[in-house]
Design a protein around this ligand. Structure first.
Ligand SMILES: Nc1ncnc2c1ncn2[C@@H]1O[C@H](COP(=O)(O)OP(=O)(O)OP(=O)(O)O)[C@@H](O)[C@H]1O
Ligand SMILES: [Mg+2]
Length: 270
């Protein structure tokens, strides 16, 4: 990640619709008030990022999102010296900016981060709440509104990519899953503009497809994909085609598995 072109860093959108499925908003607000970091666990496309955007908005904090990957270094998060017009100037990374401004820093897919990155988080995520910046010799105390949020998908974990207990036990953790139908239907209606009567069978199909997780499918179909299918239908695509491109093809490349999935489509749509 280049500090000059912080593609992964974004300020919170002005408004973000989020339909709670439990007490997650209350827990998150309590964590923020008590200066506790939060870890969100859940499958892809179930609403983690949307939830953080929504909460940043509700708590009126700026949000810096960093997509973690195994090339991301501590300097990408903290900052580095850059040459500007013949002078060397220090440029804060997203984590340092969040610490100074009292913002929310959201580390997406934190298990992908290298060890040197997770170690940087330790003094920030216990009661010290400080960020040591070795390069400048600074030790920055986090401003009051600062909060660290991290997320990961436990489904993709392998033995090499787990968080150390000393890291994970610095966070309170909220488990996310796909919304129950009575929540997913209004979410998809709102996100796609498709009417409820046509969203209902899509959500029924999604739940049937999710039943195949672990047998034929690595991951169940996400709410994100259901929203895609509904959006395509709302703009005129025939249901069958929209379901195929948004809810079947993204799940598998295996022709036999695909046939099995199409049987489920027939079972729902007749
Ligand atoms: N409770 C919800 N309220 C509103 N929208 C939701 C909710 N749950 C899911 N969505 C919808 O699902 C889409 C995907 O959610 P989001 O991007 O937050 O997933 P994620 O859990 O961050 O996935 P990933 O792990 O792949 O980053 C959102 O864009 C939104 O349309
Ligand atoms: Mg996300």
């Amino acid at each position: 990640m280049s500090v000059n072109a912080p593609l992964n860093m974004e300020k919170a959108a002005s408004a973000a619709f989020y339909l709670p499925h439990g007490d997650e908003c209350t827990v998150f607000a309590a964590a923020h008030a008590n200066r506790l970091p939060v870890l969100l666990k859940g499958p892809t496309g179930c609403g983690k990022t949307r939830f953080v955007t929504h909460m940043a908005n509700r708590l009126a904090r700026p949000l810096y999102t960093v997509a973690c990957h195994d090339d991301l270094s501590a300097a990408d998060l903290i900052g580095r010296y850059l040459l500007k017009g013949g002078e060397t100037v220090w440029v804060d990374g997203p984590l340092t900016r969040a610490v100074r401004e009292g913002a929310i820093c959201y580390l997406d897919e934190v298990v992908e981060a290298r060890k040197d990155v997770t170690v940087v988080l330790h003094p920030l995520t216990d009661d010290r709440r400080i960020l040591p910046v070795d390069r400048t010799g600074e030790e920055i105390a986090a401003a009051p509104g600062f909060m660290l949020v991290a997320s990961y998908n436990p489904g993709y974990q392998n033995i090499l990519k787990t968080l150390k207990p000393s890291t994970r036990q610095r966070f309170i953790a909220l488990e996310f899953d796909f919304p129950a139908p009575e929540h997913e239907v209004p979410v998809v209606v709102r996100e796609s503009g498709l009417d409820e009567a046509r969203v209902q069978p899509l959500v029924r199909l999604a739940n049937k497809l999710r039943g195949l997780k672990g047998q034929d499918l690595e991951e169940g179909v996400s709410t994100r994909l259901v929203v895609y299918a509904a959006t395509l239908i709302a703009t005129g695509m025939p249901v069958e085609r929209a379901v195929s491109v948004a809810m079947i093809e993204p799940l598998t490349d295996d022709a036999d598995v695909k046939r099995g999935l199409l049987d489920l489509v027939l079972a729902v749509y007749g």
